[in-house]
Design a protein around this ligand. Structure first.
Ligand code: HEC
Length: 150
């Protein structure tokens, strides 16, 4: 007669003991018993706040490089996107020409702003830079993530 109920896996038992007694020592986290509920499960699932469909964290990272580099966006919007006398803050919740949605940001970056509402000179299409459609979507992803708390 073999009774499996009630038998502990030696590995699990060891992990439990190590976990319970191992103050100060680096416990083997990988063997942690499932009953020890991890306190922060949300951070891994949504590292940058919710991104729109089709937008990846990679695009955001790439977009930041475009924003502060080849895209020339920083020359008017500032290196951190918080605005200059030439162009508005892109990191706040206030929008002038768009509703703040990802597609609207892609659109305004593509077409520029020929007649600015509150600033002295137009934004040229693509910010005056030479960007591929993929680069536009990346830089728009960066702007979106900044404005939405990323
Ligand atoms: C020559 C200066 C200049 C450059 C370069 C520039 N912009 Fe702009 N941007 C503007 C101006 C001016 C506006 C319109 C502000 C207004 O209507 O008062 C604007 C508006 C925007 C808006 C809409 C903001 C809103 O509140 O409606 C976004 C998004 C934007 N720019 C992103 C970018 C990105 C991304 C780049 C780089 C690819 C870029 N801009 C490059 C001047 C610039």
């Amino acid at each position: 007669m073999s009774r499996k109920v009630g038998r502990f896996s030696p590995v699990l038992t060891l992990a439990l003991i190590t976990y319970a007694c191992g103050g100060g020592e680096p416990a083997p986290q990988g063997e942690m018993a499932p009953s020890a509920a991890p306190p922060t499960q949300t951070s891994a699932a949504a590292p940058m706040g919710a991104l729109p469909e089709g937008v990846t964290a990679e695009m955001v990272t790439q977009g930041q490089q475009i924003f502060t580099g080849a895209g020339l966006c920083y020359t008017c919007h500032g290196p951190d996107g918080t605005g200059t006398p030439l162009a508005p803050n892109l990191t706040d919740v206030t929008w002038i020409n768009v509703d703040g949605s990802y597609e609207a940001i892609v659109g305004v970056v593509t077409s520029g702003v020929a007649q600015p509402e509150e600033h002295p000179a137009p934004m040229p299409p693509l910010g005056g830079a030479q960007l591929t459609p993929d680069q536009v979507r990346a830089v728009a992803a960066y702007v979106y993530s900044r404005a939405h708390g990323g």
